[in-house]
Design a protein around this ligand. Structure first.
Ligand code: ZN
Length: 204
């Protein structure tokens, strides 16, 4: 881990009781999520330093990924856009929903926020029309890019080992889809979204 100069350990009642440097027992993950993990070995708990390194687009807006037009934008309307990586994933579909303008969750205007609920509903329905998909899960982590974004992840039908938060880990573990299959799944979602408004593949 590289520490930025000027960083000091975070101080709070929460932090002060943590066993920094110790390797913690991970058996709660194999007992609590037995459907995914047989054995896990945690890395020793590292010092938690602040201020944290800036996220993408946090200091220099001109380098913000979601702000730039991309041919990997699979759909957009006036307020929101959906981005899917061109690299085939292990899950049947994974994409990021973000506002077209550079908003954070903390400062996004109410019309942008109000449009997210209906979009999540449309996204979920669109993802579930992909052959072999049972559910669409959403995750909002926002540690990489400062620009507000939310992940949509498709859970394969019958995959009880992918229930809950374990689904995100399976994306890196399942064999990546063939390129044609990945493109077909993206097309299905883009066209399904566009049928309800907005434009599929606006930059292609
Ligand atoms: Zn941005």
């Amino acid at each position: 881990m590289s520490a930025m100069s000027g960083q000091t350990p975070a101080e709070s009642p929460f932090h002060s009781r943590l066993p920094i440097g110790e390797r913690l027992d991970a058996s709660a993950l194999t007992e609590g999520l037995p459907w995914a993990f047989d054995e896990i070995r945690m890395r020793p708990l590292e010092p938690m330093l602040v201020p944290e390194n800036p996220r993408g687009g946090e200091i220099d807006r001109s380098t913000c990924g979601p702000c730039a037009p991309s041919e990997n934008t699979i759909w957009h309307d006036d307020l929101w856009q959906v981005y899917a990586s061109p690299e085939p994933s292990g899950l049947p579909f994974i994409a990021a929903l973000s506002p077209r303008e550079h908003w954070l969750l903390e400062d996004a205007p109410i019309d942008v926020l109000a449009a997210l609920g209906p979009l999540m509903q449309r996204m979920s329905e669109a993802v579930k029309t992909i052959p072999g998909v049972a559910r669409c899960h959403f995750g909002r982590w926002n540690d990489g890019s400062a620009h507000l974004h939310m992940w949509a992840l498709a859970r394969p039908a019958g995959m009880m080992q992918g229930r809950g938060a374990a689904l995100a880990f399976w994306d890196d573990v399942l064999p990546p889809m063939p390129q044609e299959m990945a493109q077909e799944h993206v097309r299905i979602v883009a066209e399904s979204l566009a049928a309800g408004g907005g434009v599929a593949f606006p930059h292609r």
